[in-house]
Design a binder for this molecule. Sequence first.
Ligand code: ADP
Ligand code: SF4
Ligand code: MG
Length: 434
Amino acid sequence: MTEKRDAAPDAAAVPEKAEQMTIPEQSKKPSEAKAGETLLKVEGLVKHFPIKKGLLQRQVAAVQAVDGLTFDVRSGETLGVVGESGCGKSTMGRLITRLLEPTSGRVEFEGVDITHLGTARMRPLRRDVQMIFQDPYSSLNPRHTIGTIVGAPFKLQGVKPEGGLKKTVQEMLERVGLNPEHYNRYPHEFSGGQRQRIGIARALALKPKLVVADEPVSALDVSIQAQVVNLLDDLQDELGLTYVIIAHDLSVIRHVSDRIAVMYLGKMVELADRKDLYTKPMHPYTKALLSAVPVPDPKRRGTKSDRILLRGDVPSPIDPPTGCRFHTRCWKATEICAVKEPSFLTLEPSHQVACHHPENAPDQAPEDTKLLSVAREAIDVVTVTTAADEAEAEAEAAPEAEAAPAADTDEAPAPASDPAPDPAPAVKKAADPE
Ligand SMILES: Nc1ncnc2c1ncn2[C@@H]1O[C@H](COP(=O)(O)OP(=O)(O)O)[C@@H](O)[C@H]1O
Ligand code: SF4
Ligand SMILES: [Mg+2]
């Protein structure tokens, strides 16, 4: 993903005339939550999917997909949620949009407990809380025109927009950078990026207050990921939206998030303002995730650096590790980590972490010093060089080699490599964790 604001809209984009969009009637109601106030509050949210077996379909185990999340989302902010595949991000997204019924815990939206609202009482809320899905191919009905798809929320909610449905839908298409003349076309006639724009238009049609975007760009070509993220960012400013953006990769949410939550095996392990999370991560897992992010700053390209690469796979959420769930992969794990779950504590203002031995903060269990044996094997620390670094070394080595082919030197010349446009460093040992 490239740096924010560096990409041009794609070919079919018609980005102007935002101001002319007709706002559907119900959305003129001002949001109850003012900017910065709590819009969504989540307490002890749990979702266990039962695993049943046998004729009687007895429950034999459960997938502990989400296991006790407590956080809030503030009006007008973008909360980025990051973690490896399978850690429960999508389940969390579906729980807070009430597409899934939680096993336990509580979800409050604008101060109202919505945890167990039935379909009828949820209907008005569906206008205010919307979801954008990961896969722009499967999330759009191939038999419907994009006019029908983007207009569907109005019909479902019985909302009659000012100026008529077609005009409003066309304005929405224009707003997301699509040609309104394509109202009668079908999803297969559009590229992946354009389909995701259709999904965004559908989600934003009723001008919701909260939008949960579940990996909104991970199915898209890298070259158009930035355009779609920038579009979401622009729409947030114009429509006063609050976002929860889910990603498995910190680079996607890095530039758009106000705060970032890190998840591991159904738990939230760190939550902080973006800058704090990047400059002084406290959880060892966050540190490893950050270590795997390419350096986008051109001034820092060409520098060699050490990276922490986690060994091993994420354990199964059916039978997660005891104590701290990260203790089977953590290089700081001591005896207490295997038996006592660390509390999710505020160790700095606006910075919460669940760790007995946090980085950049006082040790929470200083007396416990005996490392677990797994800790010694938990990570690889590898030195990486960037593509630019290697190209430079190659350029330096080449004239010398021509001028003095038999020169005495102990050092082998740097290996040749294709000049790569991507600043992503070449990792020499293991692959990045997802
Ligand atoms: N409907 C379901 N039934 C059973 N297990 C599920 C279901 N949905 C998700 N899971 C499991 O819950 C865990 C978390 O999944 P998910 O929320 O999709 O993670 P992520 O989005 O972070 O990749 C995974 O182990 C997944 O297999
Ligand atoms: S130091 Fe212990 S508590 Fe902290 S992340 Fe590692 S295993 Fe978990
Ligand atoms: Mg997911």
